[in-house]
Design a protein around this ligand. Structure first.
Ligand SMILES: NC(=O)c1ccc[n+]([C@@H]2O[C@H](COP(=O)([O-])OP(=O)(O)OC[C@H]3O[C@@H](n4cnc5c(N)ncnc54)[C@H](O)[C@@H]3O)[C@@H](O)[C@H]2O)c1
Ligand SMILES: O=P(O)(O)OC[C@H](O)CO
Length: 438
């Protein structure tokens, strides 16, 4: 029984190696191979198996030699993935990606992860991660796969990477990316998991994926969704949305990210996916304000609904061509709901109302080094709306920004939603369109 299994496995291996030989030397040579004497066929097959072994052997000393064999074995070498960032979400995603690439032959086993170096209990965080395989500061209680290697230098992290995953608080993205300019592998691509905008000169805002893409001259995709990092790390079921226009890359990305508990849907409406991810943090801050004021779930549902309307309107006005369906993906309504109930922005905004402390104080006190995106995104969006004289078209976003800045009391939040254009009743029947919002 065992010997029959061995023979079958050997035959399967021979057939597989034969197909590698075929790729290497072409169809004509395959015919020659098939008609060659048996001992010669066996030697070629074993040599191919050995080459492939050398090619995929993870030992770095073998790599220069193995790469010279690429042309003779498989047509493309395994792709290397790196992660730029290692906070709460960065670490949760490292757990998924590290676990997945181990099972995929066409990806390098090692996943380097850039860690902004700091001391934790007298030890360097990179050293803790590389020996204990746990990011004890930003994702305590969750083991990272051993093939995830913490690196304190961003250039070393990204060297030779084919796919770069960017997952930092958005406020640090330019500083971290600058040293990478001109150092990336040709044909490298990026994926932004970052929720936020950057302020553009002259009163505008820029998508973070564009900031990265322009700086590093690489094509960018995005991943956004209803993904509270701790729940993802706990392997509780959730969905996510990837915005990507390249079919082949989309296939790779799905393989890299998808697990039985983290389900990926890829859409091509890349900008709307990213805008949803950025703007929902503003709405979550508003949800925290009404929680802090002691209102109930109905009020929060109103914030979520009006927030969604403003997100859709924002896309219509500034990213025309966005598809209504995108707002029903995980990056849209689902992320809005999860973040307005379980997110950090909500939590800190609630404490802002109940404690009277500043947002900066509360961020330090409550988040142990993790960073808020909502108040800063509200300010960035307001910077743009003000310069375009459009604040009154986005009254919820505007009120949340004013409350964060102390220009308005949190109690005025309710007045704001009461007077939202949605509720300036003209005693007519609202005509509900499927193609957009009024
Ligand atoms: N945490 C989540 O549940 C979650 C889920 C989905 C998306 N996101 C998004 O992912 C992005 C990253 O969030 P996160 O939760 O991984 O980060 P985080 O909030 O845990 O932030 C901490 C990270 O910032 C780093 N940092 C601190 N100071 C720095 C500096 N001066 N320069 C560079 N890095 C510095 C820290 O080393 C740490 O890695 C954000 O845009 C966030 O909105 C977060
Ligand atoms: O904790 P928050 O508010 O930064 O939200 C986390 C995620 O973005 C939820 O999808």
């Amino acid at each position: 029984m065992t010997s029959r299994l061995l023979v079958r496995t050997f035959h399967r291996m021979v057939r597989k190696e034969l197909s590698y030989c075929t790729l290497a030397v072409g169809v004509r040579s395959r015919r020659m191979f098939v008609s060659a004497p048996r001992h010669l066929r066996l030697s070629v097959t074993l040599a191919a198996a050995w080459c492939r072994g050398a090619l995929f052997w993870r030992c770095s000393s073998c790599r220069p030699f193995s790469s010279t064999l690429i042309g003779f074995t498989k047509m493309s070498s395994p792709k290397r993935i790196c992660i730029i960032g290692s906070g709460n979400w960065g670490s949760a995603i490292a757990k998924i990606v590290g676990g997945n690439v181990k099972k995929l032959d066409h990806f390098e086993n090692e996943v380097r992860m850039y860690v902004f170096e700091e001391e934790v209990n007298g030890r360097k965080l990179t050293e803790v991660i590389n020996t204990d395989h746990e990011n004890v500061k930003y994702l305590p209680g969750h083991k990272l796969p051993e093939n995830v290697v913490a690196v304190p230098d961003v250039v070393d992290t990204a060297a030779d990477a084919d796919i770069l995953l960017f997952v930092l608080p958005h406020q640090f993205i330019k500083t971290i990316c600058r040293p990478l300019v001109g150092t990336l592998k040709p044909n490298a691509v990026g994926v932004s998991l970052i929720k936020g905008f950057d302020s553009a000169p002259g009163g505008g805002i820029e998508l973070i994926s564009r900031v990265i893409g322009n700086l590093l001259n690489i094509p960018m995709s995005v991943l956004m969704g209803a993904n509270l990092a701790k729940e993802v790390a706990d392997e509780k079921f959730c969905e996510t949305t990837i915005g990507c226009r390249d079919r082949e890359l989309a296939r790779d990305l799905r393989e890299v990210f998808q697990t039985h508990y983290f389900r990926v849907v890829v859409v091509d409406d890349v900008e709307a996916v990213e805008v949803c991810g950025a703007l929902k943090n503003i709405v979550a801050t508003g949800a925290g304000f009404v929680d802090g004021l002691g209102y109930g779930d109905n009020t929060k549902a109103a914030i979520i609904r009006l927030g969604m309307m403003e997100i859709i309107k924002f896309c219509e006005v500034f990213y025309s061509g966005s598809q209504l369906g995108t707002f029903f993906e995980s990056c849209g309504i689902a992320d809005l709901i999860t973040t307005c109930y379980g997110g950090r922005n909500r939590k800190v905004a609630e404490a802002f109302v109940s404690s009277g402390k500043t947002i900066e104080e509360l961020e330090k006190e409550m988040l142990n080094g993790q960073k808020l995106q909502g108040p800063q995104t509200a300010a960035e969006v307001n910077f743009m709306l003000k310069s375009q004289k459009m604040e009154d078209r986005f009254p919820l976003f505007t009120a949340i920004d004013r409350i964060c800045k102390g220009e308005m009391g949190p109690d005025q939040m309710i007045e704001c939603i009461r007077n939202h254009p949605e509720h300036i009743c003209n005693f007519d029947i609202k005509h509900v369109k499927i193609s957009g919002v009024n």
